[in-house]
Ligand binder design. Structure first.
Ligand SMILES: O=C(O)CCC(=O)C(=O)O
Length: 324
């Protein structure tokens, strides 16, 4: 086997923990210097911070006193501030995890986010881990291999101790078989199911998007800082990506439905060809889980993770004007 085909591997212990729990913590993944450079870059761009939408599904227990805040677009910040974020994209330390959990050909699925949550920041409803096959966010084990549609590499940039809030998940829920009760989604009942792991500055948290996960309100005195990089298998485009795509000029002669089916794969705002031949472009497909399960009356679109999701991704999609 040529040396270039030999890939680093996760340890057996990491494989066991990931399979049984749906997430692992790699202690001390980043050096102190890397953590400092990433935080300094954010501090130098403090004017770019944005409030996040609330995504609480009506939960009172997840509501804080202030909004979550985040940076995005770090990859295009003025040098040198973009550099530490670009250095993480294909960080050699990640390869073992990406190879073993996604297979070769992994790619960044969604633009990275830098979570910067002040004390009192609201949480985010628990999501994913629903009892259906999700072609974009699945977990499978077969013939000695784990595979995921979508995987999150979260680089911890300030300490999160159990009970502080921040990342939270229901361990093992990537293999769950029954529909999650809304009260669990809203972290109102059976709260002991939810882990809020300790991850310290420099640690790497890796979780499958098939896992039921979300964010608990941030209670520590210091700000939460964490970088969220989402990777996908070469067969999956879950979010909108960061690439620019264009249909060739001849497609201007096609019908809307014909053009729709020539668009590349992506999840949000994907054109849907309806049975009457019409084409719609909803933010998410209401027939897709979890939306097809129906939402409680208390949930409005303005207060749902749907709003949050639709802002992930920056694909520029160009199609030539259709001929009349
Ligand atoms: O706070 C976290 O780490 C989880 C964030 C999350 O689930 C999301 O942004 O979709």
């Amino acid at each position: 086997m040529p040396a270039s085909d030999r890939v680093p591997e996760m340890t057996d212990r990491e494989k066991y923990l990931f399979d049984v729990r749906g997430y692992i913590v790699v202690k001390g993944f980043l050096t102190d210097g890397e953590v400092a450079a990433l935080n300094a870059a954010a501090d130098a761009n403090a004017d770019r911070i944005q409030d996040c939408d609330e995504a609480l599904l009506g939960s009172a227990t997840l509501r804080g006193t202030v909004r979550r805040r985040q940076y995005r677009d770090m990859l295009t910040w003025e040098p040198p501030w973009c550099d530490p974020f670009r250095d993480l994209l294909a960080h050699p330390g990640l390869w073992a995890y990406l190879h073993d959990l996604l297979g070769l050909g992994w790619h960044i699925d969604t633009e990275p986010f830098y979570f910067h949550y002040p004390k009192g920041a609201s949480g985010l409803n628990l999501h994913q881990g629903d009892p259906h096959f999700h072609p974009g966010a699945y977990y499978s084990y077969r013939n000695g291999e784990m595979r995921n549609g979508l995987l999150v590499a979260q680089f911890t940039l300030s300490d999160q101790r159990a009970g502080d809030g921040g990342f939270a998940a229901i361990p093992g829920s990537h293999k769950s078989n029954f529909r999650r009760p809304w009260e669990v989604t809203r972290w109102e009942e059976d709260r002991e199911l939810v882990d809020n792991p300790t991850v310290l500055a420099g640690d790497l948290l890796i979780f499958t998007e098939a896992l039921t996960h979300g964010t608990l309100p941030w209670t520590a005195a210091h700000d939460r800082r964490a970088l969220h990089y989402r990777y996908a298998s070469k067969y999956v485009q879950f979010g909108s990506g960061m690439h620019e795509v264009a249909l060739p000029a001849w497609t201007s002669e096609l019908t809307e439905a014909q053009r729709a089916v020539l668009e590349p794969a992506y999840g949000y705002h994907r054109p849907l060809v309806r049975s009457d031949g019409s084409v719609t472009r909803p933010a998410v497909d209401a027939e897709d889980p979890p939306y097809r399960y129906g939402v409680p009356d208390s949930m409005t679109e303005a207060d749902s993770s749907l709003q949050e999701s639709t802002r992930k991704g920056t694909t520029v999609f160009r199609a030539p004007a259709r001929q009349a």
